[in-house]
Design a protein around this ligand. Structure first.
Ligand SMILES: Cc1cc2nc3c(=O)[nH]c(=O)nc-3n(C[C@H](O)[C@H](O)[C@H](O)COP(=O)(O)OP(=O)(O)OC[C@H]3O[C@@H](n4cnc5c(N)ncnc54)[C@H](O)[C@@H]3O)c2cc1C
Length: 449
């Protein structure tokens, strides 16, 4: 998504001599965007929703996709399983009414405003410790924990709070308390942007497909099945030819003056590590979580049998193996045939890493049993699909920010003295995981190349 959005944006305002090429090792564009359209169903094996940023809204509009947008109900309840029962959390102020946190636990959340700020010597800590310190153990266990598993598929006891939750980390640094920082918001804020949670009539891959169609029509080259096998360069400014030579697995070589990497951290280290001496070994050590996604459709004879809301997060220790389940038919009902409920179950992640090794039939059986446990009135299952992601999401270790600082120093050296940057590096492990953030990054980078 980042590579495609960047190519599109740059091509709208090209510099003289621009010739833009996107290389993708897979047979289809869009990276983790993976819409399956089968048996009249629109199913998502990768991301299910796009939480918009201003840049994402602009992209959707510039691609004339406005009429295809489906907007999820902003008040759709999220559910958290506690003591075997799913408890609703309605976004915004009503969230304080949830029974996922006890009255004592809620009081402790409010006391955050009076908790002493972290000592200056603490430059990072695990997300669980951060939330427990600021908001109390109960909040850390029943709210933040499942969120970490649901968004990052990571372990709350190891993921870096500073890197995974930078806004909260900075709020504490700024105001000594996250809540006090929120309350200190400027008196006359600029007109507020209203983020939406969206998809498209034909699924999220629509975005990648439209980007490819438009960009190719306007002269961008997009090569699929083009795995970058090696990168030579940068060659000295003033030497004959381009700064880089990109070798594709089939033997093709592409010259380039500016190279933008949207690779995962490990591949970046493999292909460009010798040019990034300070950060390469730390980048290469960033682990990725494995996930299995199980997509299911069920008959629902009675309307009230279908799951309602955004989806459910399931904390560890509740006797489930699903990290969470999304309720697609409730999120985007207009694209689901009547009488069907669609669910997306996530398995694996850092806390259950071998689960994706289970056979497809094993995963299908597990997903069905766990969805039925939560929604016993569902009718027969009519469709079941399993997709495995061997390297789904980056796991941000403690001290990740220091790795990024070293990378900044490496990049400053590679790019020193040139009029244009030779090497630009972006990725969900560096500057934002969500699709809205990936698109924002692309828009920001386009004029800077
Ligand atoms: C199962 C799952 C569910 C998710 N759900 C959501 C969600 O609901 N909402 C949300 O906002 N985000 C979600 N995310 C996260 C989001 O999808 C990703 O963070 C985002 O798509 C990453 O985009 P990217 O452009 O940075 O990288 P990628 O999409 O990873 O793109 C990198 C591209 O580089 C290609 N590539 C790699 N190596 C080479 C090589 N050597 N040569 C050529 N090409 C190469 C890859 O094939 C890939 O297409 C989810 C992720 C997963 C895996």
């Amino acid at each position: 998504m980042t590579g495609l959005a960047l190519a599109f944006r740059r091509n709208q305002n090209p510099a003289p001599g621009d010739d833009i090429l996107v290389l993708e090792e897979g047979p289809q564009p869009g990276g983790t965007l993976r819409t399956l359209r089968e048996e009249g169903l629109v199913l998502e094996a990768g991301p299910n929703t796009l939480r918009t940023t201003p840049a994402a809204e602009r992209l959707v509009s510039d691609l004339d996709l406005g009429d295809d947008v489906l907007v999820a109900d902003p008040m759709a309840p999220r559910w958290i399983v506690r003591d075997g029962r799913a408890r609703s959390v309605v976004p915004g102020l009503p969230a304080v009414l949830t029974s996922a946190i006890s009255p004592g636990g809620k009081l402790r959340v409010l006391k955050e405003a009076f908790v002493a700020p972290r000592p200056a010597s603490l430059d990072d800590e695990p997300a669980h410790d951060f939330f427990a310190r600021r908001f109390g153990d109960e909040f850390a266990r029943w709210a933040a924990g499942p969120l970490v598993s649901g968004v990052w598929a990571d372990d709350p006891a190891t993921i870096s709070a500073r890197s995974a939750f930078p806004k909260l980390w900075e709020a504490e640094a700024r105001s000594g308390s996250v809540l006090r920082d929120l309350l200190k918001a400027p008196k006359a804020p600029p007109p507020r942007f209203r983020a939406r949670t969206i998809s498209f009539r034909n699924g999220l891959s629509t975005l990648a497909e439209r980007l490819v169609e438009r960009s190719q029509r306007e002269g961008v080259r997009i090569e699929l099945n083009a795995e970058v096998a090696a990168v030579e360069g940068p060659f000295e400014a003033g030497s004959e030819g381009a700064a880089w030579r990109i070798h594709i697995a089939d033997g093709t070589v592409y010259p380039a003056d500016t190279l933008v990497s949207t690779l995962d951290a490990q591949s970046l280290s493999t292909h460009l590590g010798t040019r990034l001496p300070r950060s390469a070994s730390r980048l290469g050590a960033i682990a990725y979580s494995r996930l299995a996604v199980v997509l299911q459709a069920f008959h629902t004879e009675r309307e009230d049998a279908a799951p309602r809301g955004f989806g459910v997060l399931i904390p560890r220790g509740e006797g489930f193996r699903s990290l969470g389940v999304l309720y697609l038919s409730s999120l985007f009902p207009s694209r689901v045939p009547g009488g069907l409920a669609l669910t997306t179950s996530f398995f694996g992640g850092a806390l259950d890493p071998s689960l994706p090794d289970l056979t497809e039939s094993g995963l299908l059986a597990l997903a069905e049993a766990e969805v039925r446990r939560l929604h016993p009135a569902l009718g027969p299952r009519t469709h079941g699909r399993v997709l495995k992601w061997p390297a789904a999401l980056p796991r941000l270790p403690l001290g990740h920010h220091a790795t990024l600082t070293l990378l900044d120093e490496d990049l400053a050296e590679v790019n020193a003295g040139g009029e244009r940057p030779r090497l630009v590096v972006t990725g969900s492990w560096r500057d934002g995981l969500g699709l809205g953030e990936r698109i924002a990054r692309a828009e920001e980078l386009a004029p800077a190349l």
